[in-house]
Design a protein around this ligand. Sequence first.
Ligand code: 3PG
Ligand code: MG
Length: 398
Amino acid sequence: MKKLENLDCTNKRIIVRVDLNVPVFEDKIIDRSRILAILPTINKLIKNKNKVFLVAHFGRPNGEENKKYSIKFLCSELKKILGSEVIHFLDNYEQKIIQTKIFEMNFGEICLLENIRFNAEEEKNDLNFSKLLASSFDIYINDAFSASHRNHASITGITNYLPSYAGLSFSKEIENLDKFLENSNKPNLAIIGGSKVSTKIKVLENLVEMFDSLLIGGAMANTFLLSNNYNVGSSLVENDFIELSKKIQKKAESKNCKILLPTDVVCSKNLEDRTNVKTYSIKNIPNDQMILDVGEQTTKLISDEILKSKSLLWNGPLGAFEYSPFDKSTISVANIIQNFSSKSQLDALAGGGDTLAAIKKAQANDAFKYLSTAGGAFLEWLEGNKSPGFIALRENNF
Ligand code: 3PG
Ligand code: MG
């Protein structure tokens, strides 16, 4: 794999894939880790007087233009963080428009392109789209490790048409994840939560082979509870994954991996009702209640498991952490890890946009050996699946 750290490039037109899918709550960015992560790459490129185009996605607009998912608001963020006077912006991927902008720009300036997922071709990995995009540039850099598990036009397709390099953050992510894998002491524990059930549930099948204990929280736990015949009221569940949940639990048993599911849960009628909040045993969740966090009994269970572990991996908040009081267990677990890792040899690693936001909310950053900006991509990397984005860079032979 060619790396930006070994590249001398000046006065070039460079297209950089970054991950600016930052967690936003009530119109505010709640964690800037993904923006901060790409600064070394951007700074190197502008210092060397290149014209830099940033390509990013935000949310899942399903291939259609949708104002709600525009990333124009990130221009002022980038301006502030980079201390630059101008950040150009283009809401259009047409070749002619990009080339006019390149002509207008000074060397050493940056242009942010609108959410690439407004183009249906992106997620289809349409090679004509990749080729057209590539045609205005000299070099492609992937600095979006956290999105590189997606086989998309701006991640993989484009490497067919340009000399392609791993950005500084991309290389750092891989080095740190590999280091953790090499040094992971047993007994080890994985805590997996969050809301992207369909991406992560398949990964669990492999994690049960690697971990002594696996704690499942967040929306994923609901599907597991349902698969064990508990009534989960009006909670979010993925009926299509009930059979897989059963299969994972069976496999865990045969691999001696202890699966821990919530024993009590914090519920309300819905996310908006944050006053009539009650904790229930999973044995008697009323039909009109929605699970929005794990309860104190479950937090204690997690705490006991952490105390027994030598290494720990965490991805995904345990509840709807953006909304107080449903952040309680996630904050508590971050604090437990913090207390324990300062006194012991616990190696803790965490990753994911929301997970980093939650850890920041708990002010527990110091407790972790490494914080990855990647969530799904990081889990897939740990289970040994080299991501499509990585493979594309490795195989690039320009
Ligand atoms: C993430 O937030 O994990 C990455 O930005 C990838 O986003 P996606 O799951 O929508 O592909
Ligand atoms: Mg995310």
